[in-house]
Write a protein that binds this ligand. Structure first.
Ligand SMILES: Nc1ncnc2c1ncn2[C@@H]1O[C@H](COP(=O)(O)OP(=O)(O)OP(=O)(O)O)[C@@H](O)[C@H]1O
Length: 242
């Protein structure tokens, strides 16, 4: 469960990247966070993961307050950032073991998880190569595998489908569903409406730091008139003209 309460982030004293945002995500749901470029999605994710501090409001994951118990808080989630270009000098397997060490995953469990994730993402033959030799999609996959190695209850994924081939994207969506169905929460950002439409139980639409809509895809569809598509509603909600 994620509780974001009246959270605000202001950059440089003037850019309100996130403006009084409140969201509650319940166990069992895949939540898609949608918005155009610069809407405040990454800033929200950075606050949710403790990378940057909010200027106001509070955030709780599974009842744990980020500002009061940051280590226990951070143990609750696995995070995949939008840029997978980190630890390029490590081999895939070294990176996974590094993540396993950080999260204190014991060796038997670690081996099992690495094998099963590598199989799912078709990475079995790439684990002994250095990450710098990987394609963008493979880098995305190794980061994803590292984020899931401690089997966190909450998944936080920033633009997770970008760069994945159709097969991996399909498996990831399937894994997201399975994970949510076990009573966990999957929170991911995207600027692609079709992706959200296919996998989300609920979506939040953010523009200029403000939440414009939060509800199920059916509730969003109900707002669409006969002559409009979902895309048009999305564009209207995120239109820059006042
Ligand atoms: N470190 C920073 N310093 C100053 N302003 C920033 C910083 N990071 C983001 N911003 C500004 O905050 C606003 C929200 O940016 P953010 O990156 O959260 O949007 P986003 O929805 O993730 O966009 P995108 O889809 O392009 O990644 C934008 O106006 C952006 O220019």
């Amino acid at each position: 469960m994620i509780e974001i309460k009246n959270v605000t982030k202001v950059y440089g004293g003037k850019v309100k990247a996130v403006d009084n945002l409140s969201l509650t995500l319940k166990p069992g749901e895949i939540f898609g966070f949608l918005g155009p470029n610069g809407a405040g999605k990454t800033t929200t994710i950075k606050m949710l993961t403790g990378i940057t501090d909010p200027d106001g409001g509070e955030i709780l994951v599974n009842g744990i307050d980020l500002s009061k118990d940051p280590i226990r808080y951070k143990n609750q989630f696995g995070f995949v950032p939008d840029s997978p270009d980190i630890f390029l000098r490590l081999k895939g397997i070294e990176y996974l073991n590094f993540m396993g060490d950080i999260y204190q995953v014991d060796s038997t469990l670690r081996k099992e998880r690495i094998e099963s994730l590598a199989k799912r993402f078709d990475m079995e033959n790439a684990l002994n190569d250095s990450i710098s030799s990987y394609s963008h999609g493979m880098r995305q996959k190794i980061i994803l595998m590292g984020a899931l190695i401690h089997d966190p209850s909450l998944w936080i994924l920033d633009e997770p489908m970008t760069g994945l081939d159709p097969k991996s994207s399909f498996y990831l969506k399937e894994m997201m569903r399975e994970h949510a169905d076990k009573g966990n929460v999957v929170f991911f950002s995207t600027h692609v409406l079709e992706v959200a439409e296919k996998v989300c139980d609920r979506v939040g639409i953010i523009n200029k730091g403000k939440l414009m809509f939060c509800g199920t895809m059916n509730e969003l569809r109900a707002m669409v008139s006969e002559n409009e598509g979902l895309e048009q509603i999305f564009l209207e909600m995120t239109n820059d003209e006042e």
